[in-house]
Design a protein around this ligand. Structure first.
Ligand SMILES: O=C(O)[C@@H](CO)OP(=O)(O)O
Length: 252
């Protein structure tokens, strides 16, 4: 799959289906587990890496078990379970604020299509903040003890702002050292990265959805620009139907 002229190799992997993906709930920073289907998707993701001859040298993940477990299952299948791992809250899913734990269809019905899509896919309008006393708040969670001003809600722009320093300081140096980098993360943190890589406008990013468990492979040139715009899903057919399912969430 490798191109001679492309020096850098990057694989993006959204976690497999989670319990709350299945239940149709806004998830954000709530640390839910994978479903059995999600685990199967993760193993299939590893198989696809083997089939395409892509061998990650280093893994970057969020602090959430659905990404951590997906990466482990995929890498285990690819016999690359032993590679170094770096974890950061900066790769976490978008903090979904007061929507965390809420049913997507109910929110759509209660607030209407426009408000629902604004909260879900607008670039710069965050949902209302989540109260620290809420059962789905991460206030006091030890894994975020070192995070200054940890978010209580985020829009996609906020995710980009916290992801980019990590990209520049941790991921780019790995790429430049010649390592094939696997980033195992989330629908919206990966949308932020794809927006940056492909130079997608603030408006157009609303229509971009990332499927669960299917590796998205990018070759990047010297300037860290994609050789193929949008990268390449290692299973394009499965990706297309899963992207449609993500786009349709919240519809009856
Ligand atoms: O609930 C969430 O955290 C995300 C990802 O599952 O959902 P959405 O696709 O609606 O942004």
């Amino acid at each position: 799959m490798a191109t001679e002229s492309a020096p850098y190799k990057l694989v993006l992997l959204r976690h497999g289906q989670s319990d709350w993906n299945e239940k149709n709930l806004f998830t954000g920073w709530v640390d839910v587990d994978l479903t059995d289907k999600g685990r199967e998707e993760a193993v299939r993701g590893g198989e696809l890496l083997v089939e395409k001859g892509i061998a990650p040298d280093v893994l970057h993940t969020s602090l959430l078990r659905r990404a951590i477990t997906t990466a482990h299952l995929a890498l285990d299948r690819a016999d690359r379970h032993w590679i170094p791992v770096k974890r950061s809250w900066r790769l976490n899913e978008r903090h979904y604020g007061a929507l965390q734990g809420k049913d997507k269809t109910q929110v759509r019905e209660e607030y209407g299509d426009e408000q629902f899509m604004t909260w879900r896919r607008s670039y710069d309008v965050p949902p209302p903040e989540l109260d620290d006393s809420d059962q789905y708040s991460q206030a006091g969670d030890p894994r975020y003890a070192d995070v200054q001003d940890a978010p209580r809600t985020e829009c996609l722009k906020d995710v980009l702002d916290r992801f980019m320093p990590y990209w520049e300081q941790e991921i780019v140096p790995d790429l430049q050292a010649g390592r094939t980098v696997l980033v195992a993360a989330h629908g919206n943190s990966l949308r932020a990265l794809v927006k940056h890589l492909d130079g997608i406008s603030d408006d157009d990013i609303a229509a971009l959805n990332i499927p669960t468990g299917i590796p998205l492979y990018y070759e990047l040139d010297e300037d860290l620009r994609p050789v193929v715009a949008g990268g390449q899903y290692l299973d394009p057919e499965a990706a297309a139907s899963s992207i449609q399912a993500v786009a349709n969430q919240g519809k009856k």
